[in-house]
Ligand binder design. Structure first.
Ligand SMILES: [Zn+2]
Length: 339
């Protein structure tokens, strides 16, 4: 294949977020001195994974005089086509709960093979906190002393879950969190939307721009935005639950409602706290108890559960609310626990 054959990107990378640029430049400048095992830590798993891909392509590109991957060399072509023979991504397989030892063994073998495109092989482990203990242990030797020239990039949003033995063998890079305005304008640019839409998207992901970018302009994002939009009018809604509630899982609905209740508790003005916080906290309690039941495997009829949750949300702040909430908790077997 000729070097200027047309590339249809499978692996698309957005512009590097500006709040990550200094760290990227620092990493690039450190060159050959920088060691071979890195742990990229961000509160946003998508951001950590994105930065990992960004470092991988910076390492693999043959035209290293430039700051960005050139996009034209043989190595960049393969990277963006998603077929780079010197790059391996390890992640939790779909339907599995963890990254297993067999995956790490295969990855270690991969690193032992001769590089095809240049002089280095790169292994990325996405959400490395999901390694089983056995998998983490089998990784230690590779982290310490990889066979051949290798770069290992582990990313995580839950660094405390990684065994200390893994953490101590990596150089940690903590990604700074995005300033809100910068996050909004970067996201708007990447998605081709206006700032207002980008801001709404950010609210879906707890203010994490790269997660919002990964979600994209999808139907799912639209559904979730409609869902969040429905909460503001609940007090006035007299008929049944908003129609947007029927398009999502009960679990998703509860997660969003819990976030809504938490935001409201946080936003209560200090003077009004005693008066208002009680009912928000009681609503939160009810939602959290139902959420907990679902997590334990309960499968309530969705229609009934949604209607009950709707009644609770709508009546919050009214005289009947404490009674309704107690009935709700009673039906979950948690009577009296809320006071
Ligand atoms: Zn290149």
């Amino acid at each position: 294949m000729s070097a200027d054959a047309e590339v249809s990107p499978v692996e698309s990378l957005p512009d590097t977020p500006p709040w990550l640029e200094p760290l990227l430049q620092q990493w690039t400048a450190s060159g050959a001195q920088r060691g071979h095992a890195f742990l990229l830590v961000s509160e946003d798993p998508e951001e950590a994974a994105l930065f990992s891909r960004r470092l991988a392509v910076a390492q693999l590109c043959h035209d290293r005089q430039v700051e960005r991957p050139c996009g034209h060399c043989r190595s960049c072509h393969a990277f963006f086509r998603g077929t780079h023979g010197d790059l391996m991504q390890v992640e939790r397989p779909e339907g599995k709960t963890a990254i297993g030892i067999e995956q790490i063994r295969q990855a270690a073998q991969f690193l032992q093979q001769t590089a095809l495109y240049g002089d280095i092989k790169v292994m990325m482990i996405r959400e490395a906190d999901q390694l089983t203990l056995a998998a983490a242990n089998s990784l230690l030797k590779t982290l310490e002393e990889p066979a051949g020239n290798a770069l290992l990039l582990l990313s995580t949003s839950a660094v405390w879950r990684l065994p200390a033995t893994v953490r101590s063998r990596c150089q940690q890079l903590r990604l700074p969190s995005a300033p809100h305005e910068e996050g909004v304008s970067w996201l708007a640019q990447q998605l081709g939307t206006d700032d207002q839409q980008a801001d709404r998207m950010l609210s879906l992901t707890g203010g994490r721009p790269v997660s919002a970018w990964a979600m994209g302009n999808t139907q799912e994002a639209e559904q979730q935005l409609a869902l969040i939009g429905s909460f503001a009018g609940l007090d006035a809604q007299t008929s049944g639950p908003p129609s947007s509630w029927s398009t999502v899982d009960l679990e998703v609905l509860l997660r969003r409602l819990l976030g809504w209740a938490e935001d409201n508790v946080r936003d209560i003005a200090k003077g009004d706290f005693a008066r208002q916080a009680g009912s928000w906290l009681l609503l939160h309690r009810c939602l959290a108890e139902l959420w907990f039941r679902l997590k334990q495997g309960a499968t309530p009829a969705k229609d009934i559960a949604v209607t009950e949750v709707f009644r609770l949300c709508r009546s919050r702040g009214h005289a009947v609310f404490p009674g309704l909430a107690q009935q709700f908790l009673f039906s979950l077997g948690r009577e009296g626990a809320g006071g």
